[in-house]
Design a protein around this ligand. Structure first.
Ligand SMILES: [Zn+2]
Length: 678
């Protein structure tokens, strides 16, 4: 996520593109009979059975690299947001929020003005980079960029203290890579070598657009890749970062200074605009030691080249068409296999939500989030929490003392549904109708200032990490809360028109998923107050790990991509938390549904039992198509498994599944050694 929360587990990776259609799409539906392939055998391939029809009817849109039910709903929301923005942009009487988002959208849509400006919006930054005469000036400029929300090299932000979750402290962490993972720089297999070759070409193309000669750009590209490779080498890998102890290094500013002597930290923090402080958390001290060494060993010219690149690359999606197109050719087309750029209005709608989400949010909520949805969610959440309480009591492997502690943590989980109780105040953000890049920067500076103002203050747990229209959900370990934006509380997740078994399979599993995050390989290391501490008995921790490693091995056996460059397996350790949450979520929701059904168990609707409708409703949330390129990217960076394995992996660990569909031992979907953590 873009915010600097210490641990936050989302339901699905964000930022997917939208499909291109000209008319408003139909609202997605829960339990879609036509999405199924009833000719398939649910006991042999449940994903094909539940999703075969949908996948065939929804071939990959040209402007997408992955398209699933999440995207279908996101697309639907996007059309609604566009109508809000277009109304807000029309002349007439508007509230302050409407005027702000309407103007932001208008400026973004004004391609003529953006085209006329060309590279002008980033020229002041390029001049500043060119004027650097020594390394202190380079560091000062890095601080100035950070102040503007540009994040050129390492991360600096404010967030809860790992050991005192009620208080906000300063955090610094690794950063500075352009490609999405250190593996892109360090791995030597044929695919990664190819990616680096394409990356070099991409750097040359963008730098030439920014005014360099091809010769100079060629030389610079090699310098940039070499320097970023050294930064990648100094960075911690994603699996290691899942363990909070690897990111838990509170120290004084003076101690950090000793470890990384080339960086004048007090000066840096002051220039960023922060109040002074004595101690902070350093996410990866080794990174700063090595980075300090690099500042010393790399020639100043190399740092200037790198900073120029970070300015150009960071702004490319916001600049004129040639920059946008080149950025897409590499990032979208080559890396993800997406054939076309999304329509401009879709990008502008998403950017408005991203920059001014809580100004757009209240307008969206008034149109799209009925009060009844919140009321029904309250009931569902309470039912799933009750299941978790029972589940903890029933565990055979957990000691009574640890059960008590787990139950205490569960009792402290709070939930947020729909939208924030109080909205951000954007009065100070100046939005102009003819300055798109300036507007994006103003919003980002506002956000940066808001963050810095939290230093030394109590954590505000009512704040949201996602905007209301977002089709996603998350659990925060430091706040011990589950969060469901209004955007996801619609079909196929949740509908007032279907039987409750389908809702339990959809949003019920999502609620159970987020709740289980509090007890997955990461979440279990935080207590009910959100502090990183060990509340587990001496034998319970190893018992948990044994069961979790069964899940990790199981998912590592799944093959996500198979092509001429070989098989790409899922990384069971990277996806462990999400898979644990999927498995736990399904179990908890099923328990809650069974209680609710009572005497009605087995009574058919449209030819399916409630139990079958539960599993089909669950699977149909995950119907999707994906390009092999995007699947390959996600294996590296996404802690979530692809839709197919979220379904198959989960039913393979569910003893209830074969009962619901009458599957027999030996069938492909019948577990032989089910991995059950919760
Ligand atoms: Zn999750």
């Amino acid at each position: 996520m873009r915010f600097l929360k210490i641990v936050s587990a989302a339901l699905l990776i964000c930022g997917a593109a939208m499909a291109q259609t000209t008319t408003t799409p139909a609202a997605p539906v829960s339990f879609d009979r036509s999405a199924m392939d009833v000719k398939a055998d649910p006991c042999q391939d449940f994903y094909q059975y539940a999703c075969g029809g949908w996948r065939e009817a929804h071939p990959m849109p040209a402007d997408k690299a992955r398209y699933g039910r999440f995207d279908e709903l996101r697309e639907y929301n996007l059309y609604l947001l566009r109508s809000i923005l277009e109304d807000a942009a029309k002349p007439g009487k508007h509230t302050a929020n409407e005027t702000k988002v309407g103007t932001f959208y208008t400026a973004c849509m004004d391609e003529k003005a953006i085209e006329a400006k060309g590279i002008q919006p980033i020229e002041p930054w390029l001049k500043k980079v060119a004027a650097i005469r020594n390394k202190q000036q380079a560091l000062d400029l890095i601080a100035e960029m950070q102040k503007e929300g540009l994040r050129p090299v390492f991360g600096f932000g404010i967030g809860p203290d790992l050991h005192n979750s009620t208080m906000n402290i300063a955090h610094v962490d690794q950063g500075g890579l352009t490609l999405a993972d250190r593996d892109y720089y360090l791995k030597q297999d044929a695919k990664m070598v190819e990616v680096r070759g394409k990356y070099l070409e991409h750097i040359v193309n963008l730098l030439v657009l920014s005014g360099e000669t091809t010769e100079q750009a060629d030389k610079d590209a090699k310098t940039i890749l070499a320097l970023e490779t050294k930064i990648a080498d100094a960075s911690m890998d994603r699996v290691s970062r899942r363990d909070p102890k690897n990111r838990d290094h509170k120290m004084t500013v003076a101690d950090l200074q000793k470890q990384a002597p080339e960086i004048d930290f007090p000066r840096y923090f002051k220039l960023v605009g922060s109040a002074t402080f004595d101690s902070l958390n350093v996410g990866n001290p080794e990174f700063f030691q090595k980075f300090s060494g690099l500042l010393n060993s790399e020639p100043l010219e190399n740092w200037k080249t790198y900073l120029r690149w970070r300015v150009v690359k960071g702004a490319a999606p916001l600049l004129s068409k040639s920059f946008v197109d080149e950025n897409f050719a590499f990032q979208g087309k080559y890396l993800s296999g997406q054939q076309e750029l999304e329509a401009r209005w879709k990008r502008c709608t998403a950017m408005t939500d991203n920059s001014l989400g809580e100004a757009l949010g209240p307008i969206y909520v008034a149109k799209a989030f009925p009060k009844e949805a919140k009321e029904r969610m309250d009931v569902l959440v309470a039912a799933i929490e009750q299941s978790m309480g029972k589940d903890i009591q029933n565990l055979e492997w957990m000691s009574p003392e640890t059960k008590k502690a787990a139950d205490a943590k569960l009792g402290k989980v709070s939930n947020k549904i729909g939208y924030p109780a109080k909205w951000k105040d954007y009065r100070k953000v100046v939005i102009k109708s003819d300055d798109f890049v300036g507007n994006a920067r103003a919003a980002s500076v506002f956000e940066q200032k808001r963050e810095l103002a939290k230093l030394g203050k109590p954590v505000d747990k009512t704040e949201w990490g996602m905007t209301p229209p977002t089709v996603n959900a998350y659990y925060s370990s430091s706040e011990n809360n589950i969060n469901f934006p209004a955007g996801i509380l619609q079909p196929p997740f949740f509908s007032a028109k279907v039987d409750e078994s389908v809702n339990y399979g959809g949003i019920g599993v999502v609620i159970g998923h987020e709740l289980t995050h509090g007890f997955d390989d990461q979440g279990r290391k935080f207590d009910g107050d959100g502090n990183f501490t060990n509340w587990w008995g001496p034998n319970d921790g190893p018992e948990f790990e044994r069961r979790a490693s069964c899940v990790a091995d199981e998912y590592s056996s799944f093959v996500s991509v198979k092509d001429d460059k070989g098989e790409v397996h899922l990384n069971g350790k990277l996806t462990l938390g999400e898979n644990t949450a999927d498995n736990g979520g399904l179990k908890l929701a099923y328990m809650a549904m069974t209680r609710q059904l009572g005497q009605k168990a087995g009574e058919k609707i449209d030819g399916f039992t409630p139990e079958q409708r539960f599993f089909i409703g669950f699977a149909q949330v995950w119907c999707e198509n994906i390009t092999p390129q995007r699947a390959r990217e996600l294996v590296l960076i996404d802690p979530h498994s692809p839709g197919k394995f979220r379904v198959i992996g989960t039913v393979l660990n569910s003893p209830e599944f074969p009962k619901a569909f009458g599957c027999k031992a030996g069938d492909a979907m019948v577990p032989q050694n089910a991995c059950i953590v919760w």
